[in-house]
Design a binder for this molecule. Structure first.
Ligand code: SF4
Length: 206
């Protein structure tokens, strides 16, 4: 076998699913990858940079494929058969990535990323809810409060952060309880719960 071709070792699929770009919009809209298999890294969310291994903050939405259980392995990777379950419809990054030559992926990395707005803004009612949640659970605001708390040691600042985390939790519970949304859609629509993402050791990989 030519060394410059994919050996289907699965290493890239085990390192986490791809980030979605504008070019991938149709794959979601046509239902080849349903929203319940996705999640959103929201603007300002702490994420672990795969290259520097440092914690950075997302500059905008990043939509990704869920992992399998608690692992980074892409939801669609079939370990037994060593193959992609949606090969024909795999996203741009998966089609471009060549582990022996990363120039292609470097050209698109972090560019033209698809956001929830492109997919959800036409869904009346739901989009407004997403925007409201983003405002009330803003990572920028949380970081500001956390930084201030570190400097001033004022108790009420940490209480404010706790209130935001509680709002995020209750809103998710209520929306599912009222039967308005499938719980499997929450991580895509509202990002992962703050109670999870505020632990930096759980920061997602880019
Ligand atoms: S979509 Fe397919 S090719 Fe892409 S990471 Fe997942 S399993 Fe691998």
């Amino acid at each position: 076998m030519n060394s410059k071709e994919c050996k289907r070792c699965g290493t890239c699929c085990r390192k986490g699913g791809p980030s979605f770009h504008f070019e991938d919009k149709g794959i979601i809209e046509d239902g080849h990858i349903p929203a319940k298999h996705l999640y959103t890294i929201r603007k300002g969310e702490p994420v672990r940079d795969n290259i520097s291994e440092k914690i950075v903050y997302a500059s905008a939405d990043i939509i990704k494929i869920r992992g399998q259980g608690s692992t980074w392995t892409c939801y669609y990777y079939n370990e037994d058969e060593k193959k992609c379950g949606i090969y024909e419809y795999r996203p741009l990054e998966c089609r471009i990535l060549k582990c022996w030559d990363t120039r292609g992926i470097e050209r698109v990395f972090g560019k033209n990323l698809l956001t929830r707005k492109e997919i959800m803004s036409s869904v009346e009612g739901l989009w407004e809810l997403i925007v409201e949640h983003d405002q009330r659970c803003s990572y920028k605001e949380i970081r500001k409060l956390t930084d201030e708390h570190g400097k001033t040691k004022k108790e009420n600042l940490s209480e404010k952060v706790a209130e935001i985390i509680e709002y995020d939790k209750i809103m998710r519970e209520l929306i599912v309880k009222k039967g308005q949304l499938d719980s499997e859609l929450l991580d895509f629509l509202f990002g992962r719960p703050l109670s999870v993402t505020m632990h930096l050791d759980s920061a997602e990989k880019l």
